[in-house]
Design a protein around this ligand. Structure first.
Ligand code: AOF
Ligand code: ZN
Length: 368
């Protein structure tokens, strides 16, 4: 058998086992934030003999889970450990995974990507190599980074991953011309409503602008889906919003960004954060969220707020529902120039997903 054949076989096996790590990791979706989704498998003589994943925030990490799942521990010195994130090297809620891998006498570790968490950041791989363990990195790197896009964006860009979301008519309006006393214009269908609520369950914070609070009076909570309400955010420069708006109804934690000296009590579970309403407003908002360990933000309108984030390059993904309704006049939908990643029919509506080409490229490719 030629050497080449052997190498090719090894590579494809690497992919298969790493894919299994990603699959295991993903089963904890929505349960581990702000930690990343991590899965690990132990392979002996080409077969998976142990599996583990990080099941919930504060729970053991994937690697010790895989190690303890092994029935015959005599196999450990013959195993390769696959894991989609560099093993941690710090004392957090659990001891470092590196120490546990070394103690288990595992001779080879295959990693998808390094951990940008400041306390790890390459030191996990270094520690393993120093202990004489053979470490290979970069296997399914782009897939692994995409799986944990919130986590990587947060640590590398020091801001949450930003999703823009809106529904627009066939002729490009998000609302008809109407006064604030008439009900919001229904643009998308019932199915898209359920999808949008599921998205809310997957992110940590949700934001709308002042005008949207006035005109649409959204509640921004989850309805019809399981999960935790995201942190609600809005802007109120002069603190003039009516405290009876639904966003202040104490159903979820809420932050109102107000101008300096404008803090006041809007209601229970609401908090004012004073910011400068200048050209750095978006940066100030993102900085506040970074400090509060918010890794994902969905901006649901209106056009002015969404376009202000787009103009600064502060967006990663836009999820747009396009309906067949014609409004002929009204509030223009945001203009976004991005990579058109996918298009899907949701009943008589279309869901179009755009990605910011710059941040997508940075996300999928590790720097070093
Ligand atoms: C791993 N394996 O399965 C996970 C890792 O608060 P702690 O102690 O759970 O540590 C959280 C950090 O550990 C997290 O920010 C990330 O850097 C890493 N997560 N590492 O080796 C795992 N979930
Ligand atoms: Zn760990």
């Amino acid at each position: 058998m030629s050497n080449n054949y052997f190498v090719r076989e090894q590579i494809s096996h690497h992919d298969i086992f790493m894919r299994r790590c990603l699959e295991l990791a993903a089963t904890a979706g929505g349960l581990v934030a702000p930690n990343p989704l991590v899965g690990a498998v132990l392979v002996c003589d080409g077969r998976i003999v142990g599996e583990g994943w990080h099941k919930s925030y504060g729970a053991p990490h994937a690697e010790p889970e895989a190690i303890t799942s092994l029935i015959n521990t005599d196999l450990l010195p013959r195993c390769t450990l696959y894991v989609n994130l560099e093993p941690c090297n710090h004392y957090g809620k659990t001891p470092p995974c590196t120490e546990q891998i070394i103690a288990a006498q595992i001779p080879r570790v295959v990693v998808a990507c390094t951990d940008p968490f400041p306390e790890v950041n390459g030191t996990g791989i270094e520690r393993l190599r120093k202990a004489g363990i053979e470490v290979e990195t970069g296997i399914l790197q782009a897939e692994a980074r995409a799986l944990n896009k919130f986590f990587f964006t947060y640590h590398e860009k020091k801001r949450p991953y930003i999703i823009l979301k809106w529904a627009e008519s066939a002729d490009g309006f998000i609302d008809a011309d109407r006064d604030e006393n008439s009900p919001p214009t229904r643009i998308s269908n019932e199915l898209t409503r359920i999808i949008a609520h599921r998205w809310r369950s997957q992110i940590q914070a949700i934001m709308v602008g002042t005008n949207t609070v006035i005109r649409d009076n959204p509640q921004l909570t989850l309805r019809g889906v399981e999960g935790r309400n995201p942190l609600r955010l809005t802007l109120d420069r002069k603190a003039r919003l009516d405290p009876n708006r639904k966003i202040f109804d104490a159903q979820a934690e809420t932050i109102i960004f107000v101008g300096h000296g404008q803090s006041k009590i809007y209601g229970e579970r609401t908090e004012c954060v004073e910011v400068c309403f200048d050209e750095n407003l978006e940066e100030s908002i993102l900085q506040t969220l970074y400090k509060r360990r918010i890794q994902s933000l969905m901006i649901e309108g209106g056009t002015k707020l969404i376009e202000s984030f787009i103009s600064k390059g502060f967006w990663d993904e836009a999820r747009v529902f396009k309906s067949r309704i014609l409004l002929t006049a009204g509030v223009k939908a945001p203009q976004v120039e991005g990579l058109r990643k996918s298009e899907e029919n949701i009943g008589d509506n279309k869901l179009i997903i755009y990605k910011n080409p710059k941040t997508e490229n940075e996300l999928l490719n590790e720097k070093n």
